[in-house]
Structure formats: C-alpha cells, structure tokens
Design a protein around this ligand. Structure first.
Ligand code: GZL
Ligand code: ZN
Length: 311
C-alpha cells in the first residue's frame, strides 16, 4: 500500500485507521471463545479495523487467511499458530509485502527471528510445572487406590501445538522428582470436551488403577468428568483432576469439587495486542516477548474468585 499519513504502510485509510488481519485457531474451547471476544472487543475499543477468521483448528485455513490479509495489504497481521511448525513460507510472503506480524497465544518454531516482531502469550512450560508441582506437593493424598503408586493419565492438547508440547514438558520435568508418580497413558483430546470424554472413556477401559487425570485444558477435563461419572465414579474423589485454563465452566467444576486444581492461562490478550500493533505501526520499539500474568486456583480459591471472573 502507499505510505499513509501515519507513516505506516498498508491499506490504512487516510484518516490513519489501522487495519489488522487476525487469523484465529478456531472455536474449540471456552478459552478460545474468551480469547476471540477479547481481541474483537479490544480492536473496537482501540478504533482498529479488524478482519477476523476462524480456521476450525486447520493450519491450511490459517495460512489461507494470512495470504488473504497479504492480498488485502492490511497494516498488521496477527495470529495464534495452531501448531508450531510450517509457517516460514507464508511469513516470508508477509515480510516481502512489508506487513509486520505479531504472534499471540501460541508460538512458532522458526529459525528466522525476522518473521515476526513480537510474541504475546503465556509461558506454557511454567503452566505445566505449576500443575506438576501441585501434584508433587499433594502426593500424600493422590494415591487414591492405595497401591503405592500415583498413576496419572494425561489428556494432551492438539498434537504439535506449543501449549501441548510445553505443558507436557513442564509437568514431566517436575513429577520426575517423585518416583511414585508416573504417566501411565497419554493421548491427545485436541483441546475439546468431546475429545477429552472419548479419550477418558478409552483410558477407563484400558488402564488399571487411575489415580489422577492431567488435562492440558479445562474443556478436556470437563469431558473426562462426563466419562468418569458415566463409569459410576466420583470425579475429584475417586479420580483426582488437574487442568489448565481456569475458564468459568472449569472454575465452577473446581468449586464443586469435581476438579482438584486449575492452573490459569489468561485468554484476555486483546488490550496488549492492540497496544503492540499501534506501537509497531508507529515505528516504536516493541518487546520481542510479552508474557501474560496468570495464577493458580484451589477449590477454595475458585469458590471465592468465581463471582468476579470475566470469562
Ligand atoms: C493456550 C491456548 C489453548 C488453551 C485451550 O494459550 O492455546 O488452546 O489452553 C485452547 O483451551 O484451545
Ligand atoms: Zn495408585
């Protein structure tokens, strides 16, 4: 596009309005719904003209969306990469078109640092470590079947996604300090409730003596709860459950005693994203990495926090 009054490139209108193309992962979980709302509301708030697409968790759809934003010559492109790899080609095209890219939520695995200007999102390894640490700290109560071992079944996020890879790595790095804790079975539930339910049904058939479920997000944990209850067991009692996200439905299950611990993953990235985009367009320096603030919740803390939760 032509250089506009505000000094940025791209299709920004003469009045300096920034146009952002955002390629969202999908609508797979409560977290994603809250994340999309935050981005859309924040763009409105910031007076940024937002083009928004949902890729139904398919990488080729995200790539198509990014290509369409390049065609439209938007001022800035942002997206949450559904998986870590396979982005270099399309990001090279954005670079050649002179359109800056801001990553949110999930990271890409690339050698070429120039392919994006900033990455805004959680530290997923830390989230996995926090989940593992709670299990180690509470190991005395976690051998539910009393067989001397704490047998964990793991519901992994989307295969190849940064949160799935990193939450597994963080969790395993902490539990290896306690030889009585082991992951007896691990499979992807693709971050969805139905995926978590189906995998948990299979685990309940195939695994003996499950003590703990470690689910990479609340939605798969909620699906596991359905499977556990259908098997006549009491979630949170007969099988302990640890999840990550802390969305409203997860926090409600936690307060109700069906989940035992939740590590928060903050989806409200919109305000920081729009701030970064404005700075990038204005040619200001931006941090390479912006890590989001987030905490953890026990059952008591969930009951207290629920009334004021935004999502
Ligand atoms: C994490 C995000 C994950 C959430 C899931 O930042 O990428 O994707 O934990 C969502 O709920 O589907
Ligand atoms: Zn046991």
């Amino acid at each position: 596009g032509t250089l506009s009054a505000c000094g940025g490139d791209g299709a920004s209108a003469d009045d300096g309005t920034i146009t952002m193309g955002f390629a969202q992962v999908g609508a797979e979980s409560g977290w994603r719904t809250a994340n999309s709302a935050s981005i859309q509301d924040s763009a409105e708030e910031a007076g940024i003209d937002l083009k928004f697409t949902d890729a139904q968790q398919k990488q080729e759809n995200q790539i198509k969306a990014i290509r369409s934003y390049i065609q439209q010559d938007v001022d800035v492109i942002s997206f949450s990469p559904v998986v870590e790899t396979g982005w270099d080609a399309v990001l090279q095209e954005a670079k050649r078109a002179g359109i800056p890219v801001i990553l949110t939520d999930r990271a890409v695995d690339t050698e070429d640092e120039s392919l994006y200007v900033s990455f805004l999102g959680s530290d997923f390894v830390a989230e996995g470590e926090k989940a593992g640490q709670w299990l180690v700290d509470n190991a005395g109560d976690m051998d539910v079947d009393g067989d001397g071992d704490i047998n964990v079944v793991e519901l992994q996020g989307t295969t190849g996604a940064a949160p799935a890879i990193d939450r597994k790595e963080g969790f395993e790095s902490v539990i290896e300090s306690d030889p009585t804790i082991s992951i007896g079975a691990s499979q992807t539930g693709d971050f969805t409730r139905d995926g978590g339910k189906q995998v948990m049904e299979a685990f309940l058939q195939s695994e003996d003596g499950i003590d703990v479920v470690y689910a990479h997000n609340d939605d798969m944990g909620l699906g596991a709860i359905e499977a556990i209850e259908a098997a006549g067991l009491v979630p949170g009692e007969d099988i302990k459950i640890i999840t990550i996200d802390a969305v409203k439905d997860g926090m409600t299950a936690l307060a109700d005693g069906k989940i035992n611990y939740i590590v928060e993953c903050n989806p409200l990235l919109g305000p920081q994203l729009m701030d970064l985009a404005q700075k990038v367009i204005d040619g200001e320096e931006v941090p390479r990495r912006v890590v989001t603030e987030e905490t953890t919740f026990t059952q008591e803390q969930a009951a207290e926090a629920l009334p004021t939760r935004e999502y």
